[in-house]
Design a protein around this ligand. Structure first.
Ligand code: NAD
Length: 369
């Protein structure tokens, strides 16, 4: 039996999704139309990383651009075949509501703009994929979730590692017990931030320093690798405040997460060293990724030390970004919740707030269940 939804997409009846070996959804039927994305913010990530990925997608296409720079927007539109009528700026952004080609808005702006542009998109009747970290505060996250719920629209956070083959394979092996009982987790994430005037170093725009931007990968990995939610955090910050880059936000922050099983996650982020590493220690062996959450070239070892390197099976998309973009499109088509919905971003923000509080007050902070 075939069911035609209101947008003319043909779906198999039931539309049930099963999970494949790495826990990623397997969809019931292939839709006949690609869903249209508007990219908001043509910066390093939106233009440099996301837009070139549509060619790898099965269910997603680029249909509109939102930018404060009309010359750049016109150039990008012509390069990627976006009609000029589908170029918007931050003032006329709300008129995306009149553009039926746009199904999903992808917010690739500085963190301080995530809440506003997500809420405005929802009010314009569009589904939203919003970059990480979700917003400046958990209060903002809550208002984004509420706005999307009220509009009946999906909200997903750009946690691309949930679509990245190395992470999915590491998680599968950890959960299958290949390294025995997990004892501890370690992850360090950082890069050398060179530009003192970058928005990432302005607290009002970023919400914080390396923790918000890079530590969030360690926090996410600790949660998806252990499959547990932390019950307490303890954090310690080290920042040279005389460094002009770090007048407003932290450089280095170390945080420990306690999990109900007794597993400890020991994480660190920094804006003064290039690091990208994940380690899971079990009582029968270890799983290590380095780099762990890079755009390309992530590597995985399982066993003892680095003697056995694993080549993971393919992920859900041709690339992690294609997997992510198509996942959101399929969730819209099949009316499913994204595996990394707004609630997932909110959970991280609540933990991040507790980490900052712990560092400030220099004490262990228990987390609410
Ligand atoms: P960027 O500075 O390169 O780009 C930001 C864009 O926002 C630019 O096009 C800029 O013109 C625009 N903008 C609009 N108003 C602005 C203002 N008032 N100040 C500064 N810029 C303004 O930043 P980016 O690296 O592209 O990051 C954008 C978002 O993507 C952030 O949320 C970031 O955390 C996220 N990101 C995610 C990943 C990932 O792997 N998931 C990687 C990089 C960035």
């Amino acid at each position: 039996m075939i069911d035609m939804n209101r947008r003319g997409l043909v779906l198999a009846a039931g539309g049930a999704i099963a999970a494949n070996a790495v826990g990623a959804p397997v969809w019931a039927a292939t839709p006949q139309r690609k869903l249209g994305y508007a990219i908001v913010g043509l910066g390093g990530y939106g233009l440099g990383v996301i837009i070139p990925q549509f060619k790898n997608c099965e269910h997603s296409k680029l249909v509109a651009l939102v930018s404060g720079d009309p010359v750049k927007a016109k150039r990008v539109a012509s390069e990627y075949g976006v009609p000029e009528r589908s170029i918007y700026n931050y003032d006329n952004y709300d008129s995306i509501k009149d553009n039926p080609d746009i199904d999903i808005v992808y917010v690739c702006l500085p963190v301080s703009m995530h809440a506003e542009y997500t809420i405005r998109a929802a009010k314009a009747g569009k589904h939203v994929l919003c970059e990480k970290p979700m917003a400046l505060s958990s209060t903002e996250c809550e208002s984004m979730i509420a706005a999307c719920k009220q509009a009946g629209k999906k909200l997903m956070i750009g946690y691309r590692c949930h679509f990245e083959p190395t992470n999915l394979e590491a998680r599968r092996r950890a959960r299958a017990g290949e390294i025995g009982k997990l004892r501890y987790f370690r992850s360090e994430h950082g890069f050398v931030q060179g530009n003192p005037s970058a928005w990432r170093l302005k607290k009002a725009m970023s919400g914080g320093g390396s923790l918000m931007d890079m530590g969030i990968y360690a926090l996410q990995a600790a949660r998806y690798m252990t499959n547990e939610e932390p019950i307490a955090v303890y954090a310690h910050e080290r920042t040279d405040r005389s460094d002009p880059r770090f007048r407003e936000v932290e450089d280095m922050i170390e945080f420990e997460l306690e999990f109900p099983s007794g597993v400890i996650a020991s994480c660190m982020s920094m804006y003064s060293a290039n690091q990208n590493h994940i380690l899971l220690m079990g009582d029968k062996g270890r799983i290590e990724l380095e780099p762990g959450t890079g755009y390309h070239g992530n590597r995985l070892w399982v066993g003892n030390g680095r003697s056995e390197e694993i080549t993971p099976p393919p992920g859900p998309g041709a690339t992690q970004w294609a997997g992510q973009l198509d996942h959101m499109a399929r969730c819209v088509i099949d009316n499913r919740e994204p595996i990394v919905a707004g609630e997932e971003g909110l959970r991280d923000m609540r933990i991040i707030e507790a980490i900052y509080r712990s560092a400030r007050e220099q004490k262990r902070i228990a987390l609410k269940a």
